[in-house]
Design a protein around this ligand. Sequence first.
Ligand SMILES: N[C@@H](CCC(=O)N[C@@H](CS)C(=O)NCC(=O)O)C(=O)O
Length: 231
Amino acid sequence: MGSSGVFPNPPKSGTTYWRLSQRWIFSSGAGPEYLKINPLGVIPTLIHDGQPLHESGTICEYLDETYPDPPLRPDTPYERALMRNWIRHIDGLIHNLIIFNWRHHLQKVAAQWSDEELAEKLKNIPSKERQESWLRVARKPYTEEERDAARAKLVQLLDKMEDALKPSGWLVGEAYSIADIAAVPFVKRIDEEIAPHEVAANKHPRVAEWWAKIQARPAFARANFGPFLES
Ligand SMILES: N[C@@H](CCC(=O)N[C@@H](CS)C(=O)NCC(=O)O)C(=O)O
């Protein structure tokens, strides 16, 4: 799929389209057409009833409001606020994940780009911070020290989760919510590669239990969340 063919089939009303292909954003970059529907030039973008929406936390809340049964947000305004703070906190950690994630498929591809190709891709990346990430991956991969610092930040997320999971086994209130959903891709990558020994009963017992419950959910199987390293 090239950047000029983001939507080969126009979205039909009532249909949910996910464009979640990392391969795509990495090989084609976010072209001007994609930037029209996702001004940040990142994935994911949801198109629902022909209307584009970006920001994964916002998308999850939108889907929950649109399809409220079963609810994925707590009942009280306060707990919903806590849920949003979790989403915001986790989103703020994404750079630490990127340091690990992009060194696989993207780094191999990006290292081959000519300076002209790289400059062309950088033009379509709206944020300076992300431009820097692309530049780093293409020309100056993150060092072991930088990876250690990123790993430490991600382990701090597990510490924070361990504490929050104490009352009920879920991050907010009494039930699984979008706060838990926001943490899933992070814990998945920590467990898979970044610090697997930290997602264990002897280090973060409540996180380990939470992670087992998450993986046992039918939705987790439906998401077909394969190993990142093979994606
Ligand atoms: N806050 C955004 C972050 C999305 C994000 O960072 N996506 C990454 C996934 S690797 C991406 O598309 N990166 C491509 C880029 O930054 O150029 C969200 O939650 O939707």
